[in-house]
Design a protein around this ligand. Structure first.
Ligand SMILES: *[C@@H]1O[C@H](CO)[C@@H](O)[C@H](O)[C@H]1NC(C)=O
Ligand SMILES: [Ca+2]
Length: 357
């Protein structure tokens, strides 16, 4: 909108210029510029683009009336606080929790949420916590142990977890193959009965994730959640390179419509400033068959969820390939030993025979 308003004003000036031109080349050139600006403007406004920003589900500067005004699209909770630069979910102080929740349920089928956030504080590495969670859930405005939100939630949770609880609580069970490096981004789909295990950083219910060094860095950090045709994608842009890096990409994720977007954060003994600069929700347009159009989910679920977890369990033991090679090498080893033994016995026999002559 901003760019287009600017353009609309300047276009009058350009037309003014055009009528005052005598040189045909300059006129052509100006005409081309006007054409280009028009195209750009339309694209930015979304008229020509399939995906466009939905203001009612987006949180952007200036956060006018956020949480207080009845016309605001968002509610504020707990210690969350607004400044001109950001929505601070928690300050860098112990035992705080804050959240923002969208007031309107979202009935879009395909969407993309782009989150611009900043996590920073005085604590040294691993002496900070706990992180930010982003939500698309049936419930809203609750408090509890999952980054300040309730457990047994119904819908999608995406966690930017900056504190490894498991390493601390389960030091003796340290297992390098399942070790995750923090800060760690992960996704989970809850159905109202599935619990997020805080002491294990949600490892047993995670759908996948990645390490993201997001804390106390000078450049901007972004996270993207895309949900289209039952495919959940999480990407991050935290290296200051202005490009998205894949973090999770999973088909068969079934999320009902009419849930609420939100973000929450919590601090405990350890703390950080957890700031949201913006949350921008874009509607995506994708082609669907009639069948797909009529599909309607009632309970959130993930296809083959049990299988996802089994793969993880298998990795902890000996995998099929490992087992195969172990057996092959054992057989070869036994065979070689056998051959060596036979040859040695033969020589020994020959030697002892020679001695009798
Ligand atoms: C929720 O998901 C878990 C794990 O897949 C499953 O065991 C449970 O039955 C589900 N509950 C509901 C209400 O669908
Ligand atoms: Ca944690």
């Amino acid at each position: 909108m901003n760019k287009c308003n600017r353009f609309r004003m300047s276009s009058f000036q350009i037309f003014d210029l055009m009528f005052n031109q005598r040189n045909i080349h300059e006129l052509t050139c100006l005409f081309a510029v006007v054409l280009l600006l028009t195209c750009q403007c339309l694209a930015d406004d979304g008229y020509e683009m399939d995906d466009f920003l939905k203001r009612e589900y987006s949180l952007t500067k200036p956060y006018q009336g956020l949480g207080s005004s009845s016309s605001s699209y968002w509610d504020l909770m707990g210690n969350a606080m607004i400044t001109t630069e950001h929505v601070r979910l928690t300050p860098d102080l112990q035992s705080r929790q804050g959240a923002v929740w969208s007031r309107a349920p979202c009935y879009l089928r395909d969407w993309e949420l782009q989150v611009h956030f900043k996590i920073h504080g005085h604590g040294k590495k691993n002496l900070n916590g706990d992180g930010i969670a982003l939500w698309y859930t049936k419930e809203r405005m609750q408090t509890g142990p999952v980054f300040g939100n309730m457990n047994l939630f119904t819908g999608l949770g995406v966690f930017v977890d900056t504190y490894p609880n498991e390493n601390k609580n389960h030091e003796k069970k340290y297992n390098p193959s399942t070790q995750r490096v923090f800060p760690y981004v992960s996704g989970m789909v809850g159905n109202g009965t599935l619990a997020y295990e805080h002491d294990r950083d949600g490892q047993s219910t995670e759908l996948g994730g990645c390490t993201a060094l997001v804390r106390n860095i000078p450049h901007d950090t972004f996270l993207l959640i895309r949900y289209t045709k039952n495919r959940l994608t999480i990407q991050i842009d935290v290296d200051g390179k202005q490009e998205w890096r894949d973090c999770l990409d999973l088909p068969g994720v079934r999320l009902p419509r009419g849930y609420f977007f939100g973000a929450s954060s919590v601090t405990g003994d350890l703390s950080d400033n957890h700031d949201l600069i913006s949350m921008k929700l874009y509607q995506l347009t994708v082609e669907r068959s009639q069948e797909e159009e009529e599909e309607e989910e009632l309970i959130p679920s993930v296809d083959n969820f049990e299988h996802l977890n089994k793969v993880e369990v298998q990795e902890e033991g000996m995998s099929g390939v490992q087992l195969f090679f172990t057996i092959v090498f054992s057989v070869i080893g036994v065979f070689v030993l056998g051959v060596v033994a036979v040859v040695m016995y033969g020589r020994w026999k020959e030697n002892s025979r020679k001695r009798f002559y």
